[in-house]
Design a binder for this molecule. Structure first.
Ligand code: ADP
Ligand code: MG
Length: 498
């Protein structure tokens, strides 16, 4: 008999007219890793918040360790031994790493906080992730991935019976994710129960004991992870079989097209060295490298967002003398950012304004904005990329991640660029919408635009790219084309193994 820690029975929850959950029923066994899987908006976070006592369901029963919960309150969940890492970061930038880890209950001695013990324990936890960070460092100075790890360490440090992680790997690089997955497996071996949410199906299959699939606020089924495949999971999540995305057909002739962008000997101290590449018309070049390989800085430098110390960028044969974003735009280059919230969209302004934002200043030159033109551009973009939005007056904050990403893509096409630098095009986007973003990017290349795509998701690059440039230790470690362009070869070049 399995020992049930948590049981949900007929749980429903609505927010106004939105039915977030309807009749959700499943249970979590002691000592298992149980994954909740579903597209954005399927109801995963709401389910977890109910378990954590942060949200009160409209109906249904939650049973913890055999007793039905009568009062939904995080303090109760705490007492039962449930800790949770939220999807949204909840760290304190002005506090130190150790203070963040021990936010709930710092160790005390003689009525005072025992900083030494706190820092020592934090150093041990950091060691788990191989992070060389001073526990006294303020979070302000850490990368987003590191901050996320700090939040995870806080939950682990709490040593509760049930650890809930809502999309903990979304901000982590491949190595950090690997470490986290190994850590979760170790915790399970020690008897910890883990409830996990992730869009990375490979990760889900690697560590889960059971998987509960949610669709539109209802449980599709709970699966035992035995002989499951990614295709099977995707089909259950989206309720339809996605026609397997096809690789771009190999096109020898693409590299015989004219070179539109040429990079020669580009270097930036402590970032990347001697990077050269030629991008042809209609071509998608993928760039891959592990964290610290220099790809992230290179993506910024190519659009003039950060300066370089040596090297040139030429566009259609002409050297760009001032490498900064405005002049790159003038030369027909656009940049698609991965971070929709911070650097991309005006979340509370209408979709139509967002789509035209990059050209508004230019078009308002004569003191007048052509509202008709803006509206027409927005309507065309919505149609072209099948953006799911009731009207172009709706702000992006009401859209799913995938649709937000398509709005971003439309915005960066507003100046009609011939070259796109694309950075992590599907970060935080669910599987269904990923396929649509891929289709949009492929279609752009088919229409003659040239793309340089940076991604930490290798399957994505293998799908999209005509060629892949791999970086390691700040230098190009190799180029691959089909049929040699396989996951193994790319990884070998990225990791420096044979
Ligand atoms: N606080 C809220 N107010 C209004 N609607 C909400 C709120 N929280 C969630 N929803 C809606 O409930 C549905 C489920 O959301 P959520 O549980 O966050 O899904 P997931 O985590 O699977 O992406 C979505 O349609 C979402 O827009
Ligand atoms: Mg969620």
């Amino acid at each position: 008999m399995t020992d049930t820690v948590l049981a949900l029975d007929g749980i429903s929850k609505s927010y106004g007219a939105v039915k977030a959950l309807t009749g959700v029923t499943f249970s979590i066994a002691r000592g298992e890793i149980h994954t909740l899987l579903g597209e954005n908006g399927a109801g995963k976070s709401t389910t977890l918040k109910i378990i954590k006592g942060e949200v009160t369901p409209d109906s249904g029963t939650l049973t913890i360790e055999g007793s039905p919960v009568t009062e939904f309150d995080p303090a109760n969940a705490d007492r039962y031994g449930i800790s949770m890492v939220h999807q949204e970061l909840a760290v304190f930038e002005n506090m130190t790493v150790a203070e963040n880890v021990f936010i709930d209950r710092p160790p005390c001695r003689g009525g005072l906080i025992d900083s030494r013990a706190m820092n020592a324990r934090t150093a041990e936890l950091l060691e788990l992730f191989g992070l060389e960070i001073d526990p006294r460092e303020r979070l302000l100075h850490l990368t987003p991935g590191q901050r996320q790890i700090i939040e995870i360490l806080r939950a682990i440090n709490a040593e509760r019976k049930v650890l809930i992680l809502d999309e903990p790997t979304s901000g982590l690089n491949a190595r950090e994710s690997e470490i986290l997955l190994a850590l979760l497996q170790r915790l399970r071996a020690q008897g910890q129960t883990v409830v996990f949410v992730s869009h990375r199906l490979g990760d889900v299959l690697q560590i889960s004991d059971r998987i509960t699939v949610l669709r539109d606020g209802a449980v599709v089924e709970t699966l035992v992870n035995d002989g499951l495949t990614e295709d099977h999971l995707v089909a259950r999540m989206v309720g339809r079989v996605l026609s397997a995305m096809q690789h771009r057909p190999a096109a020898e002739e693409r590299i015989r097209q004219p070179v539109v962008l040429e990079v020669e000997g580009l270097s930036r101290r402590e970032a990347f060295e001697d990077v050269s590449l030629a991008l042809h018309r209609g071509e998608i070049v993928g760039v891959y490298g592990l964290e610290g390989s220099g790809t992230s800085e290179l993506s910024h430098a190519l659009f003039g967002l950060i300066p370089v110390e040596a090297g040139t960028i030429s566009i259609t044969g002409e050297v760009v003398d001032d490498l900064e974003p405005l002049s790159m735009i003038r030369h027909g280059v656009s940049y698609l950012n991965s971070n929709r919230k911070d650097a991309g969209l005006f979340m509370s302004r209408p979709v139509a304004d967002n789509i035209s934002a990059p050209v508004l200043r230019q078009e308002a030159r004569f003191g007048m904005i052509d509202e008709k033109k803006l509206a027409a551009r927005a309507v065309a973009a919505v149609k072209r990329f099948a953006i799911r939005v009731a009207s172009t007056d709706v702000p992006p904050q009401n859209l799913s991640g995938g649709n937000q990403q398509k709005v971003m893509l439309s915005a960066c096409l507003a100046p009609d660029p011939s070259i796109l630098i694309v950075n992590e095009p599907t970060r935080g986007v669910d599987v269904g919408a990923k396929a649509e973003v891929y289709r949009a990017l492929t279609e752009l290349a088919d229409s003659g635009k040239s793309l340089i795509t940076f991604s930490s998701e290798l399957p994505e690059l293998l799908l999209l790219a005509d060629r892949i440039m791999v970086m390691r230790a700040r230098r190009i470690s190799g180029w691959l084309t089909r049929p040699a362009m396989t996951e193994e070869r790319v990884m070998a070049l990225a990791a420096g193994t044979r």
